[in-house]
Ligand binder design. Structure first.
Ligand code: ZN
Length: 420
C-alpha cells in the first residue's frame, strides 16, 4: 500500500547557517475505518504543528506515499514565514519549478507579504505515472462543481473534456471539522449527485482534514493550496486533479486564493491541475444548468444549509445564486426557497456588491440590456448604481490624497472599481 516505486534523482543540498522550516512526513496510522496521513511542521517562527488527512480505508491504495500533498498544503504559510524549507520525505522533483512560479505570482499580488522561498527535500524523485489518466474532481454539490461535472459527463467541454474518475468531498473545509448531522447530509447529497449523474460509475471519496484549522490566518488567500493538496493526495491513481473555477476570465481577475492563473501552478507534469470553465461566470452557469432540473433539485449553494442539506433561502450565497437565475428571466430553482424580504431586511446585497463584482456587473448588464422587469432586479439595479457611484467617489478621494488607504494591493476596493 505504501510502496515507493520510482527512482531517486538526488537529495538537494540544505542551506546552512539559516533558520529552516522542516516538514516531517509521518507513517500512516489507522484510526477506525480511516487511515491518518500526517506531517509535523517544525518552524522557528510558528513552532510545531501537525497537519493531517483522514482517508477511508477503501481509498488508501490511491494515496501517494510522497510528501507532495503536505508541501502544497503548507506552501502559502511557508512563503509568508519566508524561511527555507526542508522536506523530510520524498518530493516529486518536477513539482518544484511550478511551485516557484506560484510563489513568484503571489509575491506580485501580495508584495511584502509573500516571497519565494527555497525548497529542498531528503529525496527528489522522478515523476510517477499514475494508474489512470482520468481526472479527480473536487465536488461540493454547489453550482460550480455541479456545472463542471455536467460539462464533462456530457462531453460538453470540447477537446478539453475529461473522464472523471472520481470526485472528492472534504470535511473540515468551509464546513467545520465535526462529524455533524449537517455534514453527513451534505456528504449524502454530494454522493447522490455523483452516483446519479455518473450512473454509479464515479465514486465519491470523502476525506477529513484539519487544514483549515491551521490556516485561518491566511484564508482566503491560501484556499487554493488547501483544496489542491487534497487532490495531490490521490495522485497514485489519477493523472489529473480538477477544480471548478470560482472566478471568470470574462470580468474579474482580482487576486484570489483559487484563481485560474495560480491554481495550475500547484500541479506538475505527471499531475496537472486544471481549473475548469474559466470563461464562465456564475450567471453563465445558472443559464447552463437552467434546463437541467435534475441538477437544480440537488443544488446545494447555501452558507447556512440545515441538517437535511436544504438551502436556507436567506443567506448571501442563496441570494447571489437566485439573482443569477432571474438575470436570465428564469425562475429561482425550487431547491433555493428564496426569501427576498428576509434578504433585503438583512441587507445581504451589500456583501454581494462588495465581494462579487463579477456577478453584480453581469446581472446589472443583463437587466439593462434585456430590459428585465423582475422587481428584485429593479432593486438590484439601483443598489448597484449607488454602490458604483460611492466607490468612484472613494477612488477619486484616494488618488487626490484626500482619503487614506491607497495601496498597490490588486484586490483593494479602489483597484477593483478602477477596472469598471
Ligand atoms: Zn442560504
Amino acid at each position: 500500500m505504501f510502496a515507493i516505486y520510482t527512482r531517486r534523482i538526488h537529495g538537494a543540498a540544505v542551506e546552512r547557517n539559516r533558520k529552516l522550516t522542516e516538514l516531517f512526513v509521518q507513517a500512516p496510522k489507522r484510526s477506525g475505518s480511516f487511515f491518518r496521513y500526517s506531517c509535523r511542521i517544525e518552524s522557528a517562527r510558528v513552532g510545531s504543528k501537525v497537519l493531517w488527512f483522514d482517508v477511508a480505508e477503501e481509498f488508501c491504495d490511491w494515496v501517494t506515499p510522497r510528501a507532495d500533498p503536505f508541501l502544497v498544503a503548507t506552501l502559502f504559510q511557508l512563503m509568508i514565514e519566508g524561511e527555507p524549507v526542508r522536506v523530510r520525505g520524498d518530493v516529486s522533483a518536477s513539482l518544484l519549478e511550478p511551485l516557484h512560479e506560484y510563489m513568484t505570482l503571489w509575491s506580485s499580488w501580495r508584495p511584502g507579504v509573500c516571497r519565494p522561498i527555497s525548497i529542498s527535500a531528503d529525496e527528489l524523485l522522478e515523476d510517477h505515472v499514475a494508474e489512470g489518466s482520468d481526472s479527480l474532481l473536487l465536488f461540493s454539490g454547489g453550482m460550480d462543481a455541479q456545472t463542471t461535472l455536467q460539462r464533462h459527463i456530457r462531453g460538453e467541454a470540447g477537446n478539453r473534456t475529461r473522464k472523471i474518475g472520481a470526485c472528492l468531498y472534504a470535511r473540515g473545509f468551509m464546513n467545520g471539522l465535526e462529524d455533524t448531522a449537517r455534514y453527513r447530509a451534505a456528504l449524502e447529497n454530494a454522493k447522490a449527485s455523483v452516483s446519479a449523474f455518473g450512473e454509479g460509475q464515479i465514486p465519491l471519496i470523502p476525506i477529513v482534514s484539519n487544514w483549515q484549522e491551521l490556516h485561518t490566518r491566511t484564508m482566503p488567500d491560501s484556499i487554493g493550496t488547501g483544496l489542491i493538496s487534497f487532490l495531490h493526495l490521490f495522485k497514485s491513481r489519477f493523472g489529473r486533479g480538477m477544480l471548478s473555477s470560482s472566478m471568470s476570465t470574462k470580468w474579474d481577475m482580482r487576486a484570489y486564493g483559487s484563481h485560474p492563473f495560480s491554481d495550475p501552478l500547484l500541479g506538475h507534469s505527471s499531475f496537472q491541475i486544471e481549473c475548469d470553465d474559466t470563461a464562465s461566470t456564475r450567471v453563465d452557469k445558472a443559464l447552463y444548468l437552467s434546463d437541467k432540473p435534475e441538477v437544480l433539485d440537488r443544488l446545494l449553494v447555501c452558507h447556512d444549509f440545515d441538517d437535511e442539506a436544504k438551502n436556507c433561502g436567506a443567506c448571501e450565497k442563496c441570494f447571489r445564486t437566485a439573482i443569477c437565475f432571474i438575470a436570465h428571466g428564469q425562475d429561482v430553482p425550487r431547491s433555493i426557497p428564496i426569501d427576498w424580504r428576509a434578504c433585503e431586511k438583512k441587507k445581504i446585497h451589500l456583501k454581494t456588491l462588495r465581494d462579487d463584482p463579477e456577478v453584480c456587473r453581469e446581472v446589472f448588464l443583463n437587466t439593462v440590456q434585456q430590459n428585465l422587469k423582475h422587481p428584485e432586479l429593479a432593486k438590484f439595479r439601483r443598489w448597484y448604481q449607488i454602490y458604483l457611484t460611492k466607490e468612484a467617489i472613494k477612488e477619486t478621494l484616494l488618488v487626490w490624497g484626500l482619503r487614506k488607504g491607497l495601496s498597490n494591493d490588486p484586490s483593494a476596493p479602489w483597484a477593483m472599481s478602477g477596472t469598471d
